[in-house]
Design a protein around this ligand. Structure first.
Ligand SMILES: [Zn+2]
Length: 72
């Protein structure tokens, strides 16, 4: 089984049938990882698409309330 190391916590991560672009959580720290290469097997943090972000903000009308909670 191919294995590599988590870029976040350095734990060994292995996948039975890795495919490029596959997303999975690190078994140790739980951070989301993406298979960036199968041979050699390598993983890294998934690419964040800023367009998705924009959508979220527009949809969420409770944003203002959330911000004020952080003061406590
Ligand atoms: Zn990890």
């Amino acid at each position: 089984m191919p294995k590599t190391y988590c870029p976040e916590c350095d734990s060994v991560v292995s996948l039975e049938n890795p495919r490029e672009g596959m997303l999975f959580p690190c078994p140790d720290c739980g951070i989301e990882l993406e298979v960036i290469s199968v041979d050699p097997f390598d993983v890294y943090f998934p690419y964040e698409e800023e367009d998705d972000w924009d959508d979220d903000w527009d949809d969420d009308e409770d944003d203002d309330d959330d911000w004020e909670d952080e003061d406590e």
